[in-house]
Design a protein around this ligand. Structure first.
Ligand code: SF4
Length: 219
């Protein structure tokens, strides 16, 4: 029972709880945008995720990679891929690294449809881009740190992010604007340029990736 001595913030959940709640609500709003797009196009959300994942991988990927990337079972990925193939949005071909394996790629129709996906959450892009750039940088850095923590506890699927890439040199430069470096293109990187899904990504050793996450979190 509340008394006149009860402080108004006594029932406030812990900050960590409110942060998770905020992220969950944002994810749910974004999901509804994707759902609307999926429904209009006669797809399910996993199929939309597959189109999006294949969009930047024109050399093709294997089914097992898609399942792992999306954090779904191979059976679920296989069902969605069969449906996308029947719709003429995905084609199967030879894997460039292993001629006996099957690689999945988008067809021209698949590319065209995948290009429209980001419009389904255009309202969110607009909201984020309306924030001051310093806020965007801080938000991106905080989200990266959170992804890093989740990855280290095995609760987040592998991502082709700079932080886990063997070409990434964390805090290589003293310049606070561009402290990091991509050794593949030999160019300095600011936090705002760090990629979450780079086609050139090559997985770093686990010990290096963990160290990168720690260093990124500490500055
Ligand atoms: S190759 Fe791509 S993922 Fe790797 S460090 Fe360079 S930009 Fe980042």
């Amino acid at each position: 029972m509340k008394t006149k001595d009860t402080l108004p913030w006594q029932d406030t959940p812990a900050e960590s709880e409110r942060i998770v709640s905020a992220i969950t609500r944002i994810a749910s709003v974004l999901r509804s945008g994707t759902w609307q797009f999926a429904t209009t196009e006669g797809l399910n959300p996993t199929q939309v995720d597959i189109l999006e994942a294949l969009r930047s991988r024109q050399t093709g990927v294997r089914l097992s990679w898609i399942a792992q990337h999306l954090g779904v079972t191979a059976a679920s990925a296989s069902d969605s891929i069969a449906s996308l193939t029947a719709k003429g949005l995905i084609k199967k071909g030879r894997d460039s690294e292993d001629g006996r394996a099957v690689a999945l790629r988008l067809t021209k129709s698949g590319q065209d449809l995948a290009a429209k996906i980001s419009n389904s959450v255009g309202f969110a892009h607009e909201a984020v881009s309306g924030l001051p750039s310093s806020t965007q940088d801080a938000l991106f850095k905080s989200l990266l740190a959170l992804i890093g923590r989740l990855q280290q506890s095995d609760r987040f699927p592998e991502i082709r992010a700079c932080v886990t890439c063997k070409y990434f040199a964390v805090n290589r430069h003293s310049d606070s604007e561009t402290p990091h470096h991509c050794m593949l293109v030999d160019a300095p990187l600011s936090v705002s340029l760090l990629r979450l899904d780079c086609p050139e990504h090559d997985q770093a050793q686990t010990v290096v990736a963990v160290q990168n996450w720690r260093e990124l979190e500490s500055v």
